[in-house]
Structure formats: structure tokens, C-alpha cells
Design a protein around this ligand. Structure first.
Ligand code: ATP
Ligand code: MG
Length: 422
């Protein structure tokens, strides 16, 4: 018996137009990369689908889990390839449905190879009749129901093999990884920014991450391990990532010392945006992403978001701005960041939290509050103290390097720093 194959159907929408080959090429490499380490004989492309031919000893469950991390897939299935003929097809259909429990079923055929001598209706009728007889002969109390059957046995007639499958698995959707350009994410360690990052990756963006950390009340209590854990999980979807880790406590102390108390958190955020932009330029990213959600906390009222945003020169995307916390947590659970964000960690932002935070800041007020600060040297302090951790996915695992200091070249972001001083 031939080995099962995985048939992968992509979203039709992005297939339109000139970019088709580009997107399909990226989806192909994402599948290849994602399945790294699992024996795969080859990945074929008969018609509008990919066919993953697993090699000897490949774990199907593991392969399914890997495909689940690949963006751009509408649905996929573990299918049985059949030889070209009705008899072989019926036999495979029987093998597929026999172990499954159901009381109503239907056969659905799809023919992309028009040279096959039977029409879809003929295939459906013949295979349906065959299955019904076989099932009844085995004492199974089943009926054919064309509308909303409990089980659908799918048959695909491709220019390659005939495929039979009854268990369709919804794919993750989105656009293939690394098709949309680069974005830099302000990754806090909380639930929201990791989910926001995921949403942008799902649209094909490749993300780098910037995390600001305090030293924590006690040693080892910092948030670095959480940010690192999140970057690791997220790397699975895009295969490589960098995490910039910026010490923030000194900067916060300066803000606390010189700026009005009620603006503190907003000024922290503006510093974060400015510093992140420098790393974004270094990464050749064209935009930033944050986990802000409208009205969730004091710093996320509409006015405050607008006043904080005014400092940014790049577009700042906030994909969760209209998403409820419950929905965000649901996604976090699904993508595997929930448990990491639930770990206790020292979040630097609530440090020196104002008793009465401003809910309705104006840009001019924040500009005025910042006039007492030496912004350029605060930014330089953050950038100089930063270290970078690199993540790489291979063989189903994500490896990371020891965090390293960043080399500052005159043409690198220190030069940009000079410009942003003015
Ligand atoms: P999150 O769950 O992502 O922490 P949140 O709802 O708790 O978000 P805030 O903590 O106010 O909201 O932060 C708003 C956004 O600012 C975050 O989603 C993140 O993008 C950015 N941010 C906040 N703190 C940090 C940090 N320490 N390092 C990097 N980015 C941060
Ligand atoms: Mg937070």
C-alpha cells in the first residue's frame, strides 16, 4: 500500500494576478522549511494544490503539527493516493471510511484533470454506492445524506494521483510567511503584543522584536525570559527572528525624576517607540506593531494613543485595537503564547505607576513634559545598553544564540541617532 500523503489547499484569493508564482514559491519554501527533519520524499504540485509525499518513518501527527504552523493554507488533509481507475478509487475510499464512526455520509468528488474518463457525478454515485453496500455488509447502520452529512469522503482527481480523504483539517489561513516585508514589534511579555505580532506575521510580514526590561525587585525576576520565550514560539511561523533587549530602568528613573507624574507611562511609551524605530531602521523594517487595544488601560484611551503615536515617524500598526481581551486570550491559547505570558515576570511599565494617570493627554503637553529631558542621551543610553538574541528554526526546534552586544558602526543606527536628535 502506498504511503499516505498530505494534500494542501491554499487560499484562492492571493492567487490572483501576477504575484501567483511568488506566493506559491514562498508557500513551498515554508512547507519545506516547516517540515525540516521529517522524512519527505518530495513535494509535488499537481494542479492547484501541494502534495507532500512523506518518506519512510515519517510521523503523520508531527507532520500535521508542522503544517499547522504554515500560513497561507485554507485546509489540508492526510489523503490516500489511489491508482487511476474506479475500482482502486472505491477500495481506497473504503479503507479511508471503514475505521471512522458516523451515521450519515456523502461522497464529494472534485476533478481538476478533465482527461479522467468519469465525471464527478459518476464518481460520487459509484463510490457512494460502493461504500453504502460495504458498510451495510459490515452491519453498519448508515445512510447517504447529501446535505450536511456527518462524514464527507472527498475524492480529488488531480493531474497526478487520485486522492481520497475524509478528514479535512482547517489550515491557519493568512498569507505565506515572509511575503509582505519587515515590521518591528514592541514585545512586552504580556498577552497582547505577542498576539499582535502573530496577526502581522499571518499577513506575511517578517517581524523583529524589541523588548524593554527593568532589573526587577529581586535578582532573576526580570521579564527577559518571557520575551525570549515568546520570540521563540513566534519564530516557528517565520523561521528566523531577532530580539533586541533594551534596559529601561535608568530611562524610567529620568522620566520619573523630571516629568509630571500623571504623564509617566505615556512618556515611557514614547521613549519605547523612538528607540524601537532605531532598531527597526537597522532591520530595514517599514513599520512598527504594538499590542494596544482601545480603552483597555489608561494609556490606551483614544487621546492617549494619538498623543503617544505623534512621536513616531513610521506607521504604527495596532492590529488588536478593536479586539476584546477575551478574544485576544483565545488566540494566545491557540498559538501557544498564553502559558509563557502567564508566567510571573517583572513588567517595567507599572514601576513608579502614577496615582492618577492622565486619560486625555495632548501632544503639546507631552512635548512640554519632554522638554525637561535630554531625549537624545536617553535614547543613546537605551541603544548602547541593548543586546540582541537571534532565533533560528530548524528540525522542528527553535535554537537561539547567546544575547550579544550590538556593534555600533558609524553608518549604522548611531548615525540615525544623530539625525533624530534635532
Ligand atoms: P501587552 O499585553 O502586550 O503587555 P497591554 O495591554 O498590557 O499589552 P501595555 O502594557 O500598556 O498594554 O502596553 C501596550 C503596548 O506597548 C504593548 O502591547 C507593547 O506593544 C508595548 N509595550 C509595553 N511594554 C513594553 C515593553 N516592556 N517592551 C516592549 N514593548 C512594550
Ligand atoms: Mg503589558
Amino acid at each position: 500500500m502506498s504511503r499516505p500523503v498530505i494534500v494542501v489547499h491554499y487560499h484562492e484569493l492571493w492567487l490572483k494576478g501576477r504575484n501567483r508564482r511568488f506566493f506559491l514559491g514562498k508557500l513551498y519554501s515554508a512547507l519545506r522549511h516547516g517540515l525540516d527533519g521529517i522524512p519527505v520524499d518530495r513535494i509535488e504540485q499537481p494542479g492547484d494544490r501541494f502534495l507532500i509525499r512523506l518518506g519512510a518513518g515519517a510521523s503523520i501527527d508531527e507532520a500535521i503539527a508542522r503544517v499547522q504552523h504554515v500560513f497561507g493554507i485554507a485546509y489540508y488533509a492526510v489523503a490516500r493516493p489511489a491508482e487511476r481507475g474506479m475500482e482502486a478509487l472505491c477500495r481506497m475510499a473504503w479503507e479511508e471510511v471503514e475505521p471512522l464512526q458516523f451515521s450519515t455520509f456523502a461522497v464529494r468528488a472534485h476533478r481538476s484533470d478533465k482527461t479522467f474518463p468519469h465525471s464527478t457525478m459518476e464518481i460520487e454515485a459509484a463510490a457512494g454506492r460502493f461504500l453504502l453496500e460495504k458498510l451495510r455488509a459490515h452491519g453498519r447502520d448508515v445512510r447517504v445524506r447529501l446535505r450536511e452529512p456527518e462524514l464527507t469522503c472527498h475524492i480529488e482527481v488531480t493531474p497526478g494521483p487520485l486522492l481520497v480523504y475524509a478528514r479535512k483539517i482547517p489550515g491557519t489561513g493568512g498569507l505565506p510567511a515572509n511575503t509582505a516585508g519587515r515590521i518591528t514589534c514592541l514585545l512586552s511579555g504580556g498577552y497582547d503584543s505577542a498576539v499582535a505580532a502573530y496577526q502581522m506575521m499571518k499577513r506575511g510580514a517578517h517581524l523583529s522584536f524589541v523588548h524593554f526590561y527593568g532589573t526587577g525587585a529581586r535578582p532573576g525576576e526580570s521579564s527577559l525570559h518571557v520575551a525570549s520565550g515568546l520570540a521563540r514560539v513566534l519564530t516557528r511561523y517565520q523561521f528566523t527572528a531577532k530580539l533586541y533587549r533594551v534596559p529601561f530602568e535608568e530611562i524610567q528613573r529620568e522620566i520619573v525624576r523630571y516629568a509630571p507624574e500623571s504623564f509617566r507611562v505615556l512618556l515611557y511609551r514614547r521613549m519605547m517607540l523612538r528607540i524601537t524605530e532605531l532598531f527597526a531602521r537597522r532591520e530595514r523594517a517599514l513599520a512598527l506593531v504594538t499590542g494596544d487595544s482601545l480603552g483597555q488601560v489608561a494609556s490606551q484611551t483614544l487621546r492617549n494613543l494619538a498623543a503617544v503615536n505623534a512621536t513616531a515617524s513610521m506607521p504604527v500598526f495596532r492590529p488588536l485595537v478593536g479586539t476584546d481581551k477575551m478574544e485576544i486570550l483565545e488566540i494566545a491559547r491557540r498559538i501557544g503564547t498564553y502559558d509563557i505570558s502567564s508566567e510571573p515576570f517583572h513588567d517595567c511599565c507599572p514601576v513608579f505607576l502614577p496615582r492618577a494617570p492622565e486619560l486625555s493627554a495632548k501632544v503639546e503637553e507631552l512635548n512640554e513634559a519632554e522638554a525637561t529631558l535630554d531625549l537624545a542621551s536617553l535614547i543613546a543610553m537605551g541603544v548602547r545598553g541593548a543586546t540582541m538574541e537571534k532565533f533560528t528554526y530548524a528540525d522542528g526546534r527553535v535554537e537561539s544564540t547567546e544575547p550579544r552586544a550590538i556593534v555600533h558602526t558609524p553608518s549604522g543606527h548611531t548615525a540615525t541617532l544623530q539625525i533624530s536628535k534635532e
